[in-house]
Design a protein around this ligand. Structure first.
Ligand code: PEP
Ligand code: MN
Length: 294
């Protein structure tokens, strides 16, 4: 497996003549609690439900993904739904469940923040702030999240160019925060066979444009459970630094994104494949494994 190491330029803005803001052109790693990191030689799988639905649903999922080798727990408290009539997330209650689940399993918590006014609240309950694809260009949100100094998972907009993604990065970098992980999650295309079209080329392209780690979300990109494993492995092969994977104990009853959710058993099978392909990729799995007592 080939991993181009050179990053030609530091994080760049649009237009390209703008001086780069990041200090270091070296490939960066973004540190999470418990000695975990995204980037460098580590490969991290962030897994969990699309939305936190109940304490039990979250804890069951968190324990399962931790035992299978996830390095962080995802789960939405505030959900960016297309329709206002769809489940919007449990909000603050979900944040409390996430904190509990993170404390119990030892998994750092990654959760989305949608509103600049809620940044402090979400930051108090998580280890990494997710900025979703719909908000990639929400400048006040990027600035407010950046100001916390916390690690930020910035998802590429479904119709955003790489230049636009990197310009969004600059909003965060301007606050003095360079703890940013980029996420490719699929682009809007003409073909409804998959929910979005996964731009795997974005991974090596971003390598030449920025020192920041890049992860891939095959769950939202494909929208279909059976496509998640092959594209997750493809993401590892093209040099991604990690994955974002949706897992639900009972996908048929999920309140959001059920068709793309892996069951805990599916997730465990995916992790078996990841374990198999990690050594030839020259990396190691960044995980709390079984070392944290539950
Ligand atoms: C998510 O990760 O829960 C999510 C809503 O993803 P996206 O912003 O990529 O649609
Ligand atoms: Mn989802």
């Amino acid at each position: 497996m080939v991993r181009p190491s050179a990053s030609a330029e530091p994080v760049s803005a649009v237009p390209k003549a703008t001086p780069p803001v990041t200090r270091s052109p070296e490939r960066q790693t973004v540190a999470l609690p418990h000695g975990l990191a995204i980037g460098g030689d580590g490969f991290m799988v962030v897994a969990g439900p699309c939305a936190v639905e109940s304490e039990e649903q979250l804890l069951t999922t968190a324990r399962a993904v931790r035992d299978a080798g996830a390095g962080a727990l995802r789960g939405g408290a505030f959900k960016p739904r297309t329709s206002p009539r769809s489940f919007q997330g449990l909000g603050e209650l979900a944040l409390r469940y996430l904190k509990e689940a993170g404390d119990e399993t030892g998994l750092p918590v990654v959760t989305e923040v949608m509103d600049p006014r809620q940044v402090d609240l979400v930051a108090d309950h998580s280890a990494m702030l997710q900025i979703g694809s719909r908000n990639m260009q929400n400048a006040p949100l990027l600035r407010e999240a950046g100001r916390t100094g916390m690690p930020i998972l910035l998802k590429r907009g479904a119709a955003a160019t790489i230049d636009e993604l990197l310009a969004a990065v600059d909003y965060i970098v301007e606050t003095g925060n360079e703890n940013i992980v980029l996420c490719e999650r699929g682009l809007r295309s003409f073909d409804p066979s998959t929910r979005y079209t996964l731009d795997l080329a974005a991974v090596p392209v971003l390598r030449t444009r920025t020192p920041l780690p890049v992860v891939v979300d095959p769950s939202h990109a494909t929208g279909h459970r059976h496509l998640v494993v092959p594209l997750a492995l493809a993401a590892l092969a093209v040099g991604a630094d990690g994955l974002l994977i949706e897992v639900h104990p009972d996908p048929a009853r999920a309140l959001s994104d059920g068709p793309q959710a892996l069951t805990p058993a599916d997730f465990s099978a995916l992790m078996d494949e990841i374990h198999r392909w990690i050594p030839p990729s020259g990396r190691y799995l960044s995980t709390v494994g079984q070392t944290v007592a539950s």
